[in-house]
Design a protein around this ligand. Structure first.
Ligand SMILES: *Cc1c(COP(=O)(O)O)cnc(C)c1O
Length: 361
């Protein structure tokens, strides 16, 4: 039995109301009741995704759609922008899908420099760019608007933007910035359990997909579009999560999208203040620090694993002890989803209680 609260950067804490919504009885996924649920979600999703294009629901984790995008959209060469664990993996995934792929790689915590991207794309070798907007492993948010204005110079190069941990935290105007595929998952800032990926595809990406062989079936964008027109998904979806999604969307619009973003910003600032007040630093460059989580550089050389364990066991709060090769050298605190001034104050004061034991005296 889980007796602690999640403050890791996904999955995040799920509200009682959202859990309650998951218990709504299931219906047939070809029934009018399902079509009704799907069509109720759609306009809210389009508003949140800032798009006129359909928003699709995939019963998979985000990686399903990330892999699907590569399969649907490239027959020349993929350029994978790499700046952390999630973005790095996309190169390997592209190759495993049988695609030609190159890396544009920077150190973990550094941002993708739009000028470097421009230089790479000017070779004319590429037809697809993969980018993680908010690199959750490093707590770094890429300058997406600047990156999209570089991509605007290359109309034959499509973009896939992973906004898994930034969606609904900051505004990402898909249509205005001409993003071809934007994707996110249920278990990050939407604060639902894992299992549902959400994505939207531009018209020119559909046109590309139509000409690509080997799109497969489960993540075929054209299948999603055909079914969408009937208010359905290609195969049986995770219906409880879609009930949860409608509940969550209604809550988001009740709070107001910009209020929600402001709340995330304020809470993120509170965590940053804690970091600086204790003499720690951020892993990313400050200007590119994420608004949805904080990746703390362990400049005070504490035993991160011990600190995380003490917080979880004694204070019933779970933060993350660092991802992959920066485990122990960093720790991460999420402010995504339903957190409030009170909940973040509580977390930070409990961290204050535990920290002194792990500092050199
Ligand atoms: C969590 C996360 C993923 C992976 O999502 P899954 O749902 O586990 O597939 C991908 N990208 C980013 C930026 C993430 O934070």
């Amino acid at each position: 039995m889980i007796d602690y609260k999640l403050h890791i950067p996904g999955p995040v804490d799920v509200s009682k109301g959202a859990y309650q919504a998951l218990t709504t009885p299931v219906m047939g996924h070809r029934s009018p009741d399902f079509v009704d649920l799907y069509n109720q979600c759609q306009p809210l999703l389009q508003e949140l995704f800032m798009t006129k294009d359909p928003v699709f629901l995939s019963t998979s984790s985000a990686w399903g759609v990330m892999e699907g995008a590569v399969r649907n959209l490239s027959n020349k060469k993929v350029l994978c922008c790499m700046c952390g664990a999630f973005s790095d993996k996309w190169l390997d995934v592209s190759k495993r899908c049988g695609k030609n792929a190159d890396a544009l790689s920077v150190e973990w915590g550094q941002h993708i420099d739009p000028m470097l991207l421009d230089e790479k794309l000017s070779s004319g070798e590429y037809d697809l760019v993969t980018l993680v907007h908010n690199e959750t492993s490093c707590g770094m948010m890429n300058p997406l608007e600047e990156i999209m204005s570089v991509l605007a110079k290359y109309p034959d190069v499509l973009s896939v933007i992973d906004t898994v941990s930034s969606f609904s935290v900051v505004p990402i105007p898909k249509d205005q910035w001409a993003i071809d595929v934007i994707l996110t998952g249920s278990q990050k800032a939407l604060a639902l359990p894992p299992g549902l990926a959400l994505f939207s595809v531009s018209e020119r990406a559909f046109n590309r997909a139509k000409s690509i062989e080997g799109r497969g079936y489960y993540f075929d964008f054209i299948e999603f579009l055909k079914n969408h027109e009937k208010g359905m998904t290609p195969s049986t979806p995770v219906i409880p999560l879609i009930h949860g999604l409608l509940y969550t969307l209604e809550k988001i619009f009740e709070e107001g999208v910009t209020n929600r973003q402001q709340r995330h910003d304020n809470l993120n600032q509170m965590v940053h203040n804690w970091v600086f007040n204790h003499g720690f630093e951020l892993l990313p460059e400050k200007q590119f620090a994420s608004k949805s989580l904080t990746c703390v550089k362990n400049t005070l050389n504490i035993d991160v694993a011990g600190f995380v364990k003490a917080l979880r066991e004694e204070k019933k709060l779970s933060i993350d002890g660092g991802y992959g090769k920066i485990k122990g050298k960093t720790f991460r605190i999420s402010n995504m989803g339903n957190e409030s001034t009170e909940s973040i104050e509580h977390l930070l004061s409990e961290m204050d209680g535990v920290l002194p034991r792990f500092l050199d005296k």
